[in-house]
Write a protein that binds this ligand. Structure first.
Ligand code: HEM
Length: 474
């Protein structure tokens, strides 16, 4: 008992806690990374919070986050329980990947996802060919705007969402398709539903979310999204032919066929729903938001846009579609894309982790079962690492000879056991979409428009405020 008390005396410091509500009023849940930045100044790189009776520890700065996620990877590999997702079917034995507890089933499903994404030779086309093809559809859509000013949000969402549709369902939607339009809107709304004080409160006082009718009322878009996935999966199963693999869903169905052992490894219908939902939620909005930041930075820095276009003209030319092989010969473009990810800072507070066992970090004691927030924003903007942390400065990723370099603190995909398994796909999409767009168009701010804001809107991801642009064919 005395030993344990001694350990607790080394628990990280934090703001004063109020009865019942804890420290929830110390955080602006619509801008948590800013609140964390202020608390970091006061309490240091590791501080504690309390959401009602749930203990949280927030990790800040590259050194601290790396030590936890990389050097003590398993200690920090668990996830807390999220009652707000229960109404969609997330729960014991059907956790998917993103919110799954650390353990055997999570490992199996993660390995399955990584290897299916890697070996995506299903059907006739490779993943790279499909991205290039989708980039072509995106360009046609943009061309149809005939140089007039428009908001590029929906076309980009459609292109990126189509990549997940391709992988999961083996098919894409036309941009004008009614269902697709609805789907795109639902994604947007579902992220907003998860943001703010109320969802945080429901997560720590789960009894509220179990009141009949409450989740349906608060999480309407999430529910509709799940209904959509159910309809498509149902159709898919009815047309399934085990002799032929169309997509990731078919590979999953094949695993399910393997019987009891496969079921114990997590390959059952409920997890198919959850993994599908995970890929849509984790893989669509993230990538499309990054591309929207990329175009916004190009509007605000036309000289950087011209330099990227000059490199594209030199290495690829104006006609041939880009390939991933080109990336190695395009250090400037590569640096710009990395700087977009650093500055755009699109998952500023990461996805919550939880300690898997009692652990120590920089002399602090963090008990098993503590929710841990990895403040990725504080890593990507760490003042001790980056020369100009708050400016768009592609030179962060270039050496004196103009060659591409990647500083270790570049962690937009996080690190360690839970690091994003979609990184390779995301990198491919970012490079191929971005170079195709700048090969075919020059993006400019419409005359008379106010300068777009660069502060971003937080809803799990940090996305640009709406802006208009003109795409002038090159
Ligand atoms: C997890 C970032 C694209 C699938 C994550 C995490 C981050 C992240 C920060 C949390 C890691 C942690 O818990 O420490 C990004 C960014 C993307 C992107 C910035 C695009 C620019 C994708 C794509 C996919 C994907 C395209 C899949 C097709 C996942 C999954 C997880 C995850 C399944 C959960 C991993 C786990 O819990 O084991 N991502 N992601 N992501 N991401 Fe991504």
């Amino acid at each position: 008992f005395m030993k344990r008390r001694k350990k607790w005396s080394r628990y990280p410091p934090g703001p004063a806690s109020l009865p019942f509500i804890g420290t929830m009023f110390s955080i602006n849940f619509h801008n948590p990374h800013h609140s964390f930045g202020q608390l970091q100044k006061k309490f240091g790189n590791i501080f504690s919070l309390q959401n009602c009776w749930t203990n949280l520890v927030v990790l800040n700065g590259y050194k601290t986050v790396k030590e936890a996620l990389v050097h003590k990877s398993e200690d920090f590999a668990d996830r807390p329980h999220f009652p707000i997702y229960e109404h969609m079917g997330y729960g014991k034995n059907s956790e998917g990947i993103v919110v799954a507890r650390y353990g055997h089933v999570w490992k199996e499903l993660r390995r399955f996802t990584l290897s299916t994404l890697r070996n995506f030779g299903m059907g006739k086309k490779s993943l790279e060919e499909r991205v290039v093809e989708e980039a072509g559809f995106l360009c046609s859509e943009i061309k149809s705007k005939e140089g007039k000013s428009f908001d590029i949000h929906v076309p980009i969402n459609n292109a990126v969402c189509n990549m997940i549709c391709n992988i999961v369902f083996g098919d894409r939607f036309d941009y004008g398709d009614k269902t697709f339009k609805k789907l795109s809107q639902l994604f947007q709304n579902s992220l907003n539903e998860e943001t703010g004080f109320l969802p945080q409160l429901l997560n720590v006082v789960p009894i509220l979310v179990r009141i009949p009718g409450v989740p349906q009322k608060i999480f309407r878009a999430q529910k509709e999204l799940m209904d959509f996935i159910d309809v498509v999966l149902d159709k898919h199963m009815k047309t399934w032919d085990p002799a032929y693999t169309r997509d990731m869903t078919d590979v999953f169905l094949k695993e399910m066929e393997k019987g009891k052992a496969a079921e114990e490894n997590g390959f059952h219908y409920n997890n198919l729903r959850m993994v599908t939902m995970d890929l849509f939620t984790a893989g669509s909005e993230t990538t499309s938001t990054t591309i929207r930041w990329a175009l916004l930075y190009m509007l605000l820095h036309p000289e950087i846009q011209s330099k990227v276009q000059a490199e594209i003209d030199r290495v690829i030319g104006r006609e041939r579609p880009p390939t991933m092989k080109d990336q190695a010969s395009m250090p400037y473009t590569n640096a710009v894309i990395h700087e977009v990810q650093r500055c755009g800072d699109i998952v500023p507070v990461g996805v919550p982790h939880m300690t898997y066992r009692d652990t120590e970090l920089q002399g602090f004691f963090i008990p098993k079962g503590t929710t841990v927030i990895t403040n990725l924003s504080s890593v990507l903007k760490d003042e001790t690492i980056w020369e100009k942390p708050n400016e768009f400065y592609p030179e962060h990723f270039l050496d004196a000879k103009g060659q591409f370099v990647k500083p270790e603190a570049f962690l937009p995909f996080s690190a360690g056991r839970r690091a994003c398994p979609g990184e390779q796909l995301a990198r491919m999409e970012l490079f191929l979409f971005f170079t195709t767009l700048l090969q075919k168009f020059t993006f400019v701010l419409p005359e008379g428009q106010p300068r777009p804001r660069v502060d971003g809107h937080f809803a799990i991801t940090r996305s640009p405020h709406p802006y208009l642009l003109q795409a002038l064919p090159r």
